[in-house]
Design a protein around this ligand. Structure first.
Ligand code: BES
Ligand code: ZN
Length: 888
């Protein structure tokens, strides 16, 4: 065993090296003979030399671990001297100049495929996952998004084991075969890249429905689940129909096949996949019933169903030229699903949910060693670029364009995009050009948002001139240097704003500044001043309303002004931000203090707690919003805000102190509110009811802290008629009274109730993984031996290991480093069979440089231990080498 091996450098793919393929591949006929341990793929490819390619230029196709059985050209077996075959490549040395067909037969072992890429078996169901580069694990192909082909797929399988056979497009033919086998032929008329191919075979039950398009066409809708679970897909089906209707109404996008199928599987690396006409889902985002799914589960299902459906236009009809353009489909589709959720639920609350995720996850990524532009310029492993930056920041860039243009002009430009690029594989330039052409504006500076990594810091300084009634704000923007670019340029930053008067209403103002359009300030320079006149008194300025740009804002406002905005601003997002900044500052001050004992809260904490209590009692505000304001920043968020020398134990203690302070403040008021807002109607997943539950349950937490006994949590658990309340009770018990008899009872009861429901048991794993304290590690080790736990199932791993590493800072960050070493060992173990999952887990170590010296050294050692492993996957090797690379 060697200790000094630097992680090997895998080859890098570069954006500027993009070249089209030498040949086109207009049509594919694919036959899949499905057998668990010996499946066979017969691919007949129509190959056409592209105009610029010289006759006889070699044809080089991608493969990944393939076993070639035979290859034939125009139906004739190829002499072994005419090609080179390797597991990762097939080269036809001197192909004909005229169009020809290539027939390739490969042999596969789906039952042994634990990477969950390509063709695999999940709980007896054959399914595929091809994005980004999984198709090459099925057959040799141009496995890249700019090669579009029409697919005809013939599936054959045992009829008893696999009565259901599905693939993309429309069903053409089915029939029985000798030996108890049967077949189905599917044809997808829309040319598509290989990453959108999918097929499924298994014993599945369908929830059937239909949707009639605005053109009057009736589309058959099916959601396939394991037998007996169809009723749990009803909410997913309802969401699907609402997504169909929304895309017609909002973007004029109509579905384009006769049938839309969804299949839910229990082993899936991601959330879900948008394969043309055959979406495949992690069953976590399909199955729900009141007893076993929480309100957030319902909201997630609605969102993910919509997201994958929306890809039909933003991703499938218009796809990406190459994987550098990933945000073209993902950022845009996240923007669309966020808008959908806002329309289905509460717009302001949805915006808070989305910005919390952005600042909590994407800002952290942008601040650490994995920072990269929304459109990366190079990658070693594309799977590692399905990131918060590409997705969430990518969505924010689309949102900024919508803010800059206004809704009608934005929608008009989107229509131009759909018309101009339908059927094409596009770049970000193509997309942005549509906004430029449609609006007549110049977007060249805006392109920097796609190119520069890091979160811009915007600082504001205010000067009020009493005599002249004028207010001047000076804004400065800066961006830290990152590996891919040291010298950053200023970007266009739209800041929605209002000037709040003493009564809480926005004041009227005048300005001659062209960079102020309506209620949006457009900052384009490194430093820029804006002047407002006609003010009768000094306003409290509210900047970045609606979180109109993905920036960190230092408002330049005093604590007093922010306290005022927290209770007065008409913009809910900024009310929340004002409050949040105060709470965060107080907690960081306490956590970073030099005192050796318990962290002491600064004196202003009492006024902040009073503001929180005041918001909680404000009748006009939505309960969901009030719940948001009552929840303190997570320990991870606080660590991120502190930035350096982080001691998670002190953050935890500071947070506990503030919880107690607030609990005392609300001692009389909160129980009254809780009784009033408790849901009395029968359960419904609608947003209004979910908001009341969220509010009542966070009030329950404060009441429990004030009472100092587990009774409230135990009652919440026992009397619950839905999972949201039951889980809230269980979590409170575990987090505040881990050793109490009531807690052990609830844990046992939960296991009895839900022992046969893996998704519900994931909550049981996660709740135990997130209770505080260094001894959690032992609990985790024990739970890995639970009969329901498996390192092969990504949902189980995320529920137990992921929750521990991400949401149990006092356990994961034990000063002795034992939990880091545990995670490193788990990553190495998982990397042997599922590199994608292993690489995701490694992300929990991206903040190592922010820790105080002892923990930093421990985590660095754990990372070095991973890096020293000789047989790392490309996925893990790439992440670990970036984590350890010298800071920019
Ligand atoms: N195209 C992705 C799924 C995917 C991601 C496949 C990475 C292969 C590699 C899909 O559209 C997606 O983005 N899914 C998200 C959920 C979505 C609501 C953001 C996911 O799976 O997490
Ligand atoms: Zn997506």
């Amino acid at each position: 065993m060697t200790h000094n091996t630097a992680p090997q450098q895998p080859p890098l793919y570069r954006l500027e090296e993009y070249r089209p393929t030498a040949y086109a591949l207009p049509a594919v006929r694919l036959e899949l003979d499905l057998r668990p341990a010996a499946a066979r793929a017969t691919a007949e490819l129509d190959i056409v030399r592209r105009p610029g390619t010289r006759a006889g230029a070699p044809l080089v196709l991608d493969g990944d671990g393939l076993r070639l059985v035979s290859v034939a050209l125009n139906g004739k077996a190829l002499d072994h001297r005419a090609f080179h075959a390797a597991p990762e490549r097939l080269e036809i040395i001197n192909p004909p100049a005229e169009p020809f067909t290539l027939t390739i037969i490969t042999e596969l072992n789906p039952a042994a495929n634990r990477a969950l890429m390509g063709l695999y078996c999940s709980n007896g169901i054959f399914c595929t996952q091809c994005e980004a580069e999984g198709f090459r694990r099925i057959t040799y192909f141009y496995d890249r998004p700019d090669v579009l082909s029409v697919y005809t797929v013939r599936l054959e399988a045992d009829k008893a084991a696999c009565p259901v056979l599905l693939a993309n497009g429309n069903r053409q033919e089915t029939g029985d075969l000798p030996g108890g086998r049967h077949f189905a032929v599917w044809h997808d008329p829309h040319p598509k890249p290989s990453y959108l191919f999918a097929c499924v075979g298994g014993a599945l039950e369908a929830l059937e429905d239909s949707f009639t398009t605005q053109e009057g066409k009736k589309i058959e809708l099916n959601i396939y689940v394991e037998p007996g679970k169809a009723a749990r897909a009803l909410y997913a089906m309802d969401s699907l129909k609402r997504a169909f209707a929304w895309d017609e109404a909002q973007f004029g996008r109509v579905y384009d096949l006769d049938i839309f199928n969804i299949v839910a599987v229990s082993d899936f690396n991601m959330g879900a996949m948008e394969n043309k006409g055959l979406n495949i889902f992690n069953d976590k985002y399909v199955l729900a019933d009141p007893q076993s799914a929480t309100d957030s589960d319902y909201a997630n299902i609605e969102r993910v169903i919509a997201h994958e459906y929306f890809h039909n236009w933003t991703g499938n009809r218009i796809t990406c030229r190459d994987w550098f353009q990933l945000c073209l489909k993902e950022g845009l589709t996240v923007y669309r699903d966020q808008e959908f959720s806002g329309d289905m639920r509460s717009r302001p609350v949805q915006r808070l949910i989305d910005t919390a995720f952005l600042t909590g996850t994407q800002f952290a990524e942008d601040a650490g060693p994995l920072a990269h532009p929304v459109r990366p310029r190079q990658y070693a492993e594309i799977n590692n670029f399905y990131t918060a930056t590409v997705y969430e920041k990518g969505a924010e860039l689309v949102r900024m364009i919508a803010t800059l243009l206004g809704e009608p002009a934005f929608k008009a430009a989107m229509t131009l995009y759909f018309d101009r690029h339908d059927g094409q594989a596009c770049t970000i330039e193509d997309f942005i050009q549509c906004f430029a052409d449609s609006s007549g504006r110049d977007f060249s500076q805006f392109m920097l948002w796609y190119e520069q990594a890091g979160t811009p810091l915007v600082t504001a300084a205010w000067a009020y001139d009493e005599a002249g009634g004028s207010l001047t704000v000076t804004l400065e923007q800066s961006l830290r240097p990152t590996a891919e670019c040291r010298d950053k340029r200023p970007m266009p930053i739209p800041l929605r704003f209002g000037l709040v008067g003493p009564d809480g209403a926005d004041m009227a103002y005048k300005t001659a500044d062209k960079a102020v359009q309506g209620n949006v300030l457009l900052l384009t320079q490194a430093k820029q001043s804006f002047c407002f006149t006609g003010l009768s008194s000094r306003p409290a300025p509210s900047l970045l309303r609606g979180f109109s740009a993905p920036v960190r804002l230092v408002t330049g406002l005093t604590a007093k002004e922010r306290l005022f905005l927290a209770v007065s601003d008409s913009d809910p997002v900024n009310r929340y931000q004002a409050l949040r900044s105060l709470v965060t500052e107080a907690l960081i001050t306490a956590a970073a203090g030099k005192d050796s004992g318990a962290p002491a809260l600064p004196p202003e904490s009492a006024a902040i707690a009073a503001a929180v209590a005041q918001i909680a009692a404000e009748e006009r505000l939505e309960p969901a919003f009030r719940a948001f304001c009552l929840s303190l920043p997570s320990e991870a968020e606080l660590a991120e805000a502190q930035g350096s020398n982080v001691n998670p134990d002190r953050i935890f203690a500071a947070r506990q102190s503030f919880l107690r302070l607030l609990a005392t403040k609300g001692q009389t008021g909160f129980p009254v509110l809780r009784r009033h807002y408790r849901v009395k109607d029968t359960f419904s997943p609608i947003a209004a009811q979910a908001g009341r539950r969220a509010f009542a349950n966070i009030l329950a937490e404060y009441s429990l802290i004030a009472a100092g006994s587990p009774a409230i949590a135990a009652a919440l658990y026992e009397k619950a008629d839905n999972m949201t309340d039951r889980l809230a009770g269980l979590r409170l018990l575990l987090h505040y009274f881990p050793a109490a008899a009531a807690t052990q009872q609830a844990l046992a009861d939960f296991e009895t109730r839900f022992g046969d429901n893996a998704l519900a048991m994931d909550k049981w794993f996660a709740a135990q993984a997130t209770a505080a304290g260094p001894e959690r590690l032992e609990t985790i080790r024990q739970l890995t031996r639970h009969r329901l736990f498996s390192y092969d199932n990504p949902n189980r791993v995320r529920a137990l290991i992921g929750s521990f590493a991400g949401q149990c800072p006092t356990g994961f960050h034990r000063p002795d480093g034992a939990a880091y070493r545990f995670l490193a060992a788990v990553i190495l173990q998982i990397d042997r069979h599922n590199p994608q999952l292993a690489a995701r887990l490694l992300g929990f170590m991206q903040g190592w440089r922010r820790l105080e010296p002892q923990r930093r050294g421990q985590m660095q050692a754990a990372l070095q231990h991973i890096a020293a492993e000789s047989a790392l996957s490309r996925d893990v090797g790439d992440i670990v080498s970036r984590l350890l690379a010298p800071a920019a």
